[in-house]
Design a protein around this ligand. Structure first.
Ligand code: IMO
Ligand code: MG
Length: 437
């Protein structure tokens, strides 16, 4: 089994960190293929809890190599912060982390540009994480970014930084805030300091990954964000600026599609979204507040309260199609425990028309009304249940119904943040990636 992808199937924050951590028991390498500090993956192992932004969620395993691929945009200062936190906690980060020399750097100007645009966009605000991720991907396609490999040449770095700074100052709708607009000489000096710390980690990761595959290693390609935030396939323009769907794994790591064997999707038992853009099943009311409270739905990167709503089968079905998901992990299931009734969105209605697939036109999507099917709540505590048969009947029926609606098996149900408290269905196709119980 060569490589497989773990992909977010909604708007991000699906609990990918826990599922990746769980799946790493049998893999040799975990490789992040996209996004940057906008991602926030919380993983817990025993008493330890880490909020990772750049570093793959496999890092807590001593024998797993973790790779930050070329598709990732890196803010070097915050990456070093993550490295130090892990190192202090005794994690084998020096030995197990490698960073692509082709990854792009987020400079202060990218961040300043992101913030200026968000602040001056009036009604067109995207609600970004304000970390410079969008402008960093623009700089990549605009061909003026600084890459990790550029850090090796102290002689040419200041000119490269100055060119990027000039482009980004022009791309912003106003002057960049002073703190994000340093003199390029100074910014280059900071980069060089960071480069010294990062040097031992930097390598040609595409060559590394392909040679590990040649030698029979299993690679888990870790997605950040989610399919609905994918630049091509998500709810454009309310998306992130990278290919967060499974397709991004090939370009973001330098692995050919023929080396990828399977895609695992991660889905929450309900919907959330941070930032602007349509969320058809949103509950902007006491129900949404209760989901937010029970699911602790506050951003791990920005602390923003997440918008919450019921499960949306249209979105999940679309994500299964776009990513060709073989098996799904349904997370935060216990958050639904207390409800009397659980509405499940099966389709949309638009101007009297019944829609079962996702419209591209955002104006249509905004006006879609979810068509709900009502499911009785189970009103029992499911947290920590580790065996499918132990779930209440109504909970099993809800899961069975989602499988039918989205056309894909649910192989994992997560009922707690803890590694060991997870339902793994032995007959599911996902089981071949899982440790025997
Ligand atoms: P993880 O990996 C949830 C959202 C932002 C905003 C939009 C664009 O934790 O699932 P950006 O800063 O990327 O330009 O913002 O994308 N967004 C996320 N939402 N989880 C994430 O990552 C996200 N990364 C970006 O809130 O709406
Ligand atoms: Mg997040």
């Amino acid at each position: 089994m060569p490589g497989f992808v773990v992909v977010g199937s909604q708007w991000g924050d699906e609990g990918k960190g826990k599922i990746v951590d769980l799946l790493t028991e049998r893999v040799d390498v975990v490789a992040r293929y996209g996004g940057g500090p906008n991602a926030g993956h919380t993983i817990r192992a025993g008493e330890r809890r880490f909020a990772l932004h750049h570093i793959p969620s496999g890092i807590l395993r001593d024998n797993v190599l973790c790779v930050i691929g070329n598709g990732v945009v890196i803010e070097p200062g915050s990456l070093i912060g993550e490295i130090e936190e892990l190192r202090k906690a005794g994690v084998r980060v020096e030995e197990n982390l490698r960073i692509s020399d082709r990854a792009h750097l987020i400079l202060p100007y990218h961040r300043g540009c992101d913030i200026a645009r968000e602040d001056l966009s009036g009604g067109n605000k995207i609600g970004t994480t304000r970390l410079g991720v969008g402008p960093a991907y623009e700089g990549k396609s605009g061909r003026y970014n600084v890459r990790v490999a550029d850090l090796a040449d102290a002689g040419t770095l200041p000119d490269k930084v100055a060119r990027a700074a000039a482009m980004l100052r022009r791309a912003a709708p106003a002057d960049l805030a002073a703190e994000f607009d340093p003199d390029p000489e100074d910014a280059a000096a900071v980069c060089l300091r960071h480069a010294e710390r990062l040097a031992p980690f930097i390598t040609d990761t595409a060559a590394l990954l392909n040679s590990r595959l040649d030698a029979g290693a299993v690679i888990l390609c870790e997605g950040a964000q989610g399919t609905m935030l994918d630049l091509d396939h998500g709810s454009y323009p309310y998306v992130t600026s990278s290919s967060s769907g499974a397709g991004g794994a090939c370009t973001g790591l330098g692995i050919s599609p023929v080396r990828i064997d399977s895609v695992i999707g991660v889905l929450k038992a309900y919907s959330t979204r941070v930032g602007e853009g349509p969320l058809p099943t949103e509950q902007n009311n006491a129900t949404g507040d209760l989901i937010r409270k029970r699911g602790n739905e506050f951003g791990s990167t920005t602390g923003r309260p997440r918008r919450c709503g019921w499960f949306d089968s249209v979105v999940a079905r679309y994500s299964v199609m776009i990513n060709q998901i073989e098996s799904l992990a349904l997370t935060l299931f216990d958050v639904l425990d207390g409800f009397d009734e659980i509405p499940l969105c099966v389709a949309y209605e638009h101007n009297g028309r019944h829609l079962e697939s996702l419209p591209a036109d955002l104006a249509i999507l905004r006006d879609c009304r979810p068509v709900y099917e009502s499911h009785p709540g189970w009103k029992k505590d499911t947290s920590g249940i580790a065996c499918f048969e132990d779930l209440p009947d109504a909970a099993r029926r809800y899961i069975d119904r989602i499988e039918k609606l989205v056309g894909c098996e649910i192989g994992i149900v997560s009922t707690s943040p803890l590694r060991e408290r997870t339902i793994l269905r032995p007959e599911a196709r996902i089981a071949r990636w899982l440790p025997p119980r």
